[in-house]
Write a protein that binds this ligand. Structure first.
Ligand code: SF4
Length: 147
């Protein structure tokens, strides 16, 4: 069975900044076709649960108190890339809008709920490495015969 990286919060893990999750029920169908490899780059990079909300601004990650937390985001992204290389993973299902996992859009770094066309730190690295990245918004494209 093909392996796929999945943002752990989409699977129901309470790893979001606020200690909650982003469970998406369509994930259950994905499990029939793929071996799920859960990842949470922010906690893998050393951030706690709960943690302050952060947004990406250019090449920096800033939390809502204005502290620079870029090193945690970069470390988490590197850890995920190591898993991809080690397990030869070609696909990922990631949480849209996240400063780590967002694939098409993320919040703009002003903490005012504005989205911009940009990727999170981890998604950017995965796309550059040739991993095909999906989100909860196009999850059906991962299911055979439902394209
Ligand atoms: S870093 Fe990714 S997996 Fe972790 S809580 Fe944020 S969106 Fe979910």
């Amino acid at each position: 069975m093909e392996k796929i990286l999945v943002s752990a919060c989409l699977l129901g893990d309470n790893c979001k900044y606020n200690g909650k999750n982003n469970y998406t029920k369509e994930i259950e169908e994905i499990k029939q076709y793929y071996e799920i490899i859960p990842i949470c780059p922010e906690t893998m990079g050393g951030l706690s649960i709960p943690r302050l909300k952060s947004e990406r601004k250019g090449n920096r990650a800033i939390n809502e108190k204005g502290q620079d937390v870029t090193k945690y985001f970069v470390k988490g992204a590197d850890q995920v890339l190591n898993i991809v290389k080690f397990l030869h993973i070609k696909k990922a299902l990631l949480k849209e809008n996240s400063p780590s996992c967002g694939v098409k859009h993320i919040y703009d770094g002003t903490f005012s709920n504005k989205l911009v066309d940009f990727q999170g730190f981890t998604s950017e690295l995965l796309i550059k490495a040739g991993v095909e990245c999906f989100t909860e918004e196009n999850i059906k494209d991962l299911i055979p015969n439902k394209k």
